[in-house]
Design a protein around this ligand. Structure first.
Ligand SMILES: Nc1ncnc2c1ncn2[C@@H]1O[C@H](COP(=O)(O)OP(=O)(O)OP(=O)(O)O)[C@@H](O)[C@H]1O
Ligand SMILES: O=C(O)C1=C[C@@H](O)[C@@H](O)[C@H](O)C1
Ligand SMILES: [Mg+2]
Length: 161
């Protein structure tokens, strides 16, 4: 959460002239409300069901750059679909960086119930191995700017094309 999937994904798609979708935004559009409201009304479980449906649909699309929500890797079926149907890029950041990047943001309900830094550390411990399990590329995002990351990604993707 907060590693830069939405920001870097959108810019990467622009540079590569590809279609870009953000799973969180697709869910919000379909529901007509923002993610915190979905969490309030349906809980995390309800949100995850919607997320799994969107991942299933969008991983069928060709030539799409998809930014997932931060927790999409939690479901084994999501991991299977992302891994089998796509090229998976894990934008890695350590919990302190994630904390800086998510500080003050309103749209992340999981950070509301306690100390955000501790929550991010716990999420990181659970999720880092799951991202690594399916990643075709692990990209370190601590130092590079968003624009530099786009350049790094294009170079990596070209090298392995
Ligand atoms: N490499 C970077 N260096 C500095 N700031 C960054 C970097 N990447 C992203 N950011 C900033 O961090 C914040 C979070 O980024 P973003 O919303 O793209 O994360 P995300 O991975 O999509 O999060 P989520 O999992 O919640 O959807 C944004 O303000 C963005 O500008
Ligand atoms: O890391 C997470 O579990 C989440 C990240 C966001 O992208 C949203 O999908 C939602 O706030 C949950
Ligand atoms: Mg995002």
């Amino acid at each position: 959460m907060g590693a830069g999937k939405s920001t870097v994904g959108k810019l990467l798609a622009k540079k590569l002239d590809r279609r870009f979708l953000d799973a969180d935004h697709v869910i919000e559009e379909r529901c007509g409300v923002k993610i915190p409201i979905i969490f309030e009304m349906e809980g995390e479980a309800g949100f995850r069901k919607r997320e799994a449906q969107v991942i299933n649909e969008l991983t069928n699309e060709q030539d799409l750059i998809l930014a997932t929500g931060g927790g999409a890797v939690l479901f084994p079926e999501n991991r299977r679909l992302l891994s089998e149907r796509g090229t998976v890029i894990y934008l890695h950041a350590n919990p302190t960086e994630l904390w800086h990047r998510t500080k003050g943001s309103e749209g992340r309900p999981l950070l509301k119930n306690g100390d955000p830094k501790k929550i991010l550390e716990n999420l990181y411990t659970i999720r880092d191995p799951l991202y690594r399990e399916i990643a075709d590329y692990v990209i370190e995002t601590g130092k590079p700017s968003v624009n530099q990351l786009v350049h790094i990604l294009i170079t990596q993707l070209e090298l392995s094309a």
